[in-house]
Design a protein around this ligand. Sequence first.
Ligand code: 6R9
Length: 649
Amino acid sequence: MSNTAHDQEWVRKPGEAANGTACTLDQYQAMYSRSVDDPDGFWAEQADRLDWFEKPGKIANWSFDPVDIKWFEGGKLNICHNAVDRHVAAGNGERVALIFEPDDPAAPNRHITYADLQREVVRMANTLKKMGVEKGDRVTIYMPMIPEGAFAMLACARIGAIHSVIFGGFSPDAIAGRVEDCQSDWIVTADEGLRGSKKIPLKANVDAALAKVAAKAVLVVRHTGGDVAMTEGRDHWYHDLSADVGEECPCEQMDAEDPLFILYTSGSTGKPKGVLHTTGGYSVWTETTFRYVFDYRPGEIYWCTADIGWVTGHSYIVYGPLQNGATALMFEGVPNNPDHDRFWQVCDKHKVNIFYTAPTAIRALMREGDAHVTKHDLSSLRLLGSVGEPINPEAWRWYHGTVGHGKIPIVDTWWQTETGGIMITTLPGAHDMKPGSAGKPFFGICPQLVDGDGMVLDGATEGNLCITHSWPGQARTVYGDHERFIQTYFSTYRGKYFTGDGCRRDVDGYYWITGRVDDVINVSGHRMGTAEVESALVLHPKVSEAAVVGFPHDIKGQGIYCYVTLNSGEEADDVLTGELRQWVRKEIGPIASPDHLHFTPALPKTRSGKIMRRILRKIAENEFGSLGDTSTLADPSIVETLVEGRLNR
Ligand code: 6R9
């Protein structure tokens, strides 16, 4: 496909139609109105693009008070069939589904066609069955960014097993906690992962996790060829176990509301929650959002740089693109290895047309200068995307100007693990872009801003972002703890889904996400509960108490600032600082590594013993002038000590 043709098309003004799928502003408005006025009609039509073994009898059937969410009831389908088999059946088996770009630029690429993908997924599915995996079983997937990770997800979906993918950067303890929480008897992993030529000991991490919790079997994909220990009777090499499996494996006919996957995500309290998505709604939501937001056209190369361990990888590397018959690139490596031009070199090499990444990567690469970008031919690009955190206007302008030659649209997509797919974004062709604003609600999405008391705020205003009506891709529950689901999302503002984000709406009805309003911080686009880091710290034998807050960080968006009180008799020094950093990395994973450890004799507490985080946040942000009222503190003098401690750093 000629890139020049795209360039010309994309010079068109907002409002001019793009190829029938993306829409003009008028079309957006008409479709949006229909989607909220007649959701049943609208979503029945969208769902019709998928293959159903049985069509749904009912479209929407939900309530937020009491909380009970169902979509497409009576329908039977399989997302693996829609992502793989139906494209082969339609004669598109030779189309490339996945392009694999390995960590080492000199290592060979893989081009996996839809026909190859079908064979690979059937092989993996039959191997899982041979191990004993059955419909409804939970399968943990702890994999590097290699195609076998996607095969494993699709294979689970094919046989009706529920996958729980754990990001390869998480520690053995984090794996153990998740395996235990969803009672997953089965684990799929690889010998090692590779990131920026560093080896990640995935199998060894699984072994360490399984010293704490039991699993029936571990399936190990050979990737680097590194040495790993294999436990007799429990561990199986994939290439051995799959050698004699059959070539047929029909897709299980799943009910629309049958669980598809669990994905653990951080919240403001307690351990990470196993967010549960179901089959029908998630299929329709990821198919529709990918189609309209990325305006994908056959033959194009689409690249989302996320990891399959996060929801962005689930929805926009695997399920969204593949259900649309797209060609998706999967990249194993990191943006700055072997050099800071790795992303742009990959875009050039594979002639990427649509590129979707996170602000933290954009900021890190921006800092390295334009030459890394301009030395590559990026003329194939025609659409850029951003996700994971608010993008600051400076980074937006660099992305638009330097990467996108000043003429390519950017879609800034706001959404969450719990929303399954994109919720607020501009649509290419329909909307003008505003740097730093996510834009307008996607079809079917009804955002509402409320104040702290739940009063609805109209017009141009700022408040807490809620969603008043269900959408197909909405999470249905927290695995094994429906009460926690209700408490977390529907109890702050009764009858509404509360996102946990603050947001401004401008006079044009554009939404500007201002960040989390709860105790969740966003570090390089990764969600982290401050409570998780605190519990990790207090597990250390020398730590008495800890309070963790976020603070603005140039590259990561937010950094992790830890206030730590030691047990009496313990001394704070550089050795202990290093030890605590390592400790948190071991407990959670490298992404939770503290940026600052601030030792303090005490924490600011109210007389009822509540830690005043507001003050801790201000001090971490170096905002000493606006600490607010400290008179309710049990010991107001602690504030001075903390400020001194901050200034002496
Ligand atoms: C997809 C994903 C969700 C949280 C969300 C918000 C932040 C995501 C954003 C954004 C501003 C965007 N967030 N996209 N903030 N603009 N375009 O990231 O899911 O890992 O669950 O994080 O990320 O704070 O609440 P998840």
